[in-house]
Ligand binder design. Structure first.
Ligand code: SAM
Ligand code: SF4
Length: 351
């Protein structure tokens, strides 16, 4: 069926593995894990008529979570099958104790070309040096607003300053480029698009605007809350002199632009809803409780934890990975009649 690689039945070869190290989070972003009064008000006023309902939050118990040794083993086998990029995520990955130990283990695996982390930034300044010393190569922050009150409304935490400090620390430590992601939601932070891009230009950051996807625990996603990538671009082109960045990497999810006369600064637009890139998707996800997901919107998962905990040898783990990947979904069906939102939210999948 397939040689020693991770190839699916649609001809895509997977190179990118996203590893969620915890489903827990210290933020309550209203597009991911809403639990705050602000989120409840926002959702209630708009969606109660649609029967929007919250998924009850229950963190995984400790024994369900993969150990660092189990994660390292799965990553090593996957890298032997052609995975090159590893991104650690969550939940909030910096809530996992001694994450630097896992970073160190993964950085040592022969064949890992890129080791990155996505964080809400709250604990980054504290942990940055240990992570860098352990071999972390790249860092992405999530920051959806530059306005303290709006940041608090979106994330449920009054912590904009900690995130800004984290971004500064990352730049001082030589992470380059530092990436920052913002999910854009109509009526929530779309008025800040130009300000966020201006921040990227000033700080020489790679800024990514992401379309809101139906992966929120409030199940309140609606198409009319999505600000289309093309609309974001139009606005930015009015405000800045932008030049397209041509990339040889076909599986890149972002369309990118650089600023004239601002080397190092860049914006990217990730538009999975209005301009799906499924045909080039080369990603595989491993959840904190050891399930493989071949698509963000998968409604079935493969239990690799059971295999790893059954005394299976590496060849059996490799076979399991290959079989799971072979069945990778052709594409997502967001916005189509009959679309089923996955049971897990982004915080439990690992974005
Ligand atoms: N807690 C970390 C953070 O916020 O960066 C890592 C995990 S978070 C789930 C990873 C990314 O998913 C973040 O950049 C976040 O903005 C994005 N995300 C979460 N829910 C989303 C949604 N419903 N639509 C689009 N992106 C989402
Ligand atoms: Fe937490 Fe990240 Fe989800 Fe926000 S986006 S609730 S920080 S996991």
């Amino acid at each position: 069926m397939h040689a020693a690689s991770l190839t699916d039945s649609h001809g895509r070869t997977l190179r990118d593995l996203r590893v969620s190290v915890t489903d827990r989070c210290n933020f309550r972003c209203l597009y991911c894990l809403p639990e705050t009064e602000a989120a409840a008000n926002f959702y209630q006023s708009r969606f109660i008529k649609n029967g929007a309902q919250r998924i009850a939050r229950q963190w995984h118990s400790a024994e369900k979570i993969l150990t660092f040794e189990e994660i390292e083993r799965i990553v090593r086998v996957a890298v032997n099958l052609g995975i090159e990029k590893i991104r650690l995520t969550g939940g909030e990955p910096l809530l996992r104790q001694q994450l630097e130990k896992l970073v160190e283990k993964i950085a040592k695996i022969d064949g890992v070309r890129d080791l990155a982390l996505t964080t809400n930034g709250f604990f980054f300044a504290q942990k940055a040096k240990a992570l860098r010393d352990a071999g972390l190569q790249r860092i992405s922050f999530s920051m959806d607003s530059l306005d303290r009150e709006n940041f608090k409304k979106i994330t449920g935490r009054d912590s904009l300053q900690e995130v800004l400090d984290g971004i500064d620390t990352a730049q001082q430590l030589g992470f380059a480029p530092v990436k920052v992601n913002a999910v854009v939601i109509k009526g929530i932070n779309d008025h800040e698009i130009e300000a966020l891009a201006g921040f990227a230009q000033k700080k020489q950051i790679s800024f990514r605007f992401i379309e809101f996807m139906p992966l929120d625990s409030g199940r309140a996603w609606q198409k009319d809350l999505v600000v289309r990538g093309s609309d974001i671009l139009q606005r930015l082109q009015k405000a800045f002199r932008l030049q397209p960045v041509v990339s040889a990497n076909k599986s890149e999810t972002a369309k990118r632009w650089s600023f004239e006369n601002s080397p190092g600064a860049e914006i990217g637009i990730i538009a999975p809803v209005s301009e799906p890139f499924c045909g080039h998707c080369n990603r595989l996800r491993l959840t904190a409780d050891g399930k493989l997901r071949t698509c963000l919107f998968s409604v079935v998962e493969q239990d690799i934890r059971a295999v790893v905990r059954s005394n299976a040898d590496d060849a059996a783990i490799a076979n399991f990975l290959q079989d799971a990947v072979w069945k990778k979904e052709a594409r997502h069906h967001i916005g189509e009649p009959g679309f089923v939102q996955p049971e897990r939210t982004m915080s439990c999948i690992g974005g």
